[in-house]
Design a protein around this ligand. Structure first.
Ligand SMILES: [Fe+2]
Ligand SMILES: [Fe+2]
Length: 194
């Protein structure tokens, strides 16, 4: 039977957690940027697909939640005396977006499924960080984010299913999950979310 939920096919290597803990300030700025970009990306779906009225209110709520995460990450930055700066390009997200097909429905499906995988990978990594951190406030922040991004990962698939038949959703989700695993395996380890 086909798998019907979003699942990651490879785990993040332990070296990645070590790299993050070794330069947590750099990680925090990169993470803040990821939340900012996640919010903008969801809003870009609203702009690109204004006729998908069944999902727009939920997309707006998702964008607000990501913006909230950005605000919270920014507060942690401020407390550590860090200034905001724009991060360098994210190879993981760029490689995934390059996989999106070009037909109208196909592109919509792929954008939603790629978002689902990015959220799920973010959740996995926030969970690893929450487990590795000693600072209790940061630990509870990343635990909260882990739960939130797990929920978002499922939400993108569920929203997509309101608009698109499941036969066009699950096989493509599994294909993209395989490709995501290959991309993660090839990533350079650095103190960044990806
Ligand atoms: Fe987030
Ligand atoms: Fe999210």
């Amino acid at each position: 039977m086909a798998r019907k939920s979003v699942e990651l096919l490879v785990n993040t290597p332990a070296d990645w957690v070590d790299a993050v803990l070794a330069d947590f300030d750099a990680f925090l700025v990169d993470h803040a940027n990821c939340e900012r970009k996640a919010s903008a990306l969801v809003m870009s779906l609203v702009v690109k697909y204004p006729d998908r009225t069944r999902i727009i209110p939920d997309l707006i709520k998702l964008a607000q939640e990501e913006l909230q995460h950005f605000g919270e990450a920014y507060q942690f930055m401020e407390r550590r005396g860090l200034r905001f700066y724009r991060d360098s390009p994210d190879p993981y997200v760029n490689e995934l977006i390059a996989l999106a097909r070009h037909g109208r429905d196909e592109r919509f499906i792929d954008r939603m499924l790629i978002s689902s995988l990015v959220e799920t990978r973010g959740a996995e990594r926030f969970g690893l960080i929450a487990a590795a951190l000693d600072d209790s406030e940061l630990k509870s922040f990343y635990t909260k984010l882990w739960k939130s991004e797990v929920k978002h990962g499922h939400q993108f698939v569920h929203l997509l299913l309101r608009e698109i038949d499941e036969d066009a959703v699950y096989p493509r989700l599994h294909e993209l999950a395989e490709l995501e695993a290959g991309i993660v395996a090839g990533l350079e380890i650095r103190p960044a979310l990806h």
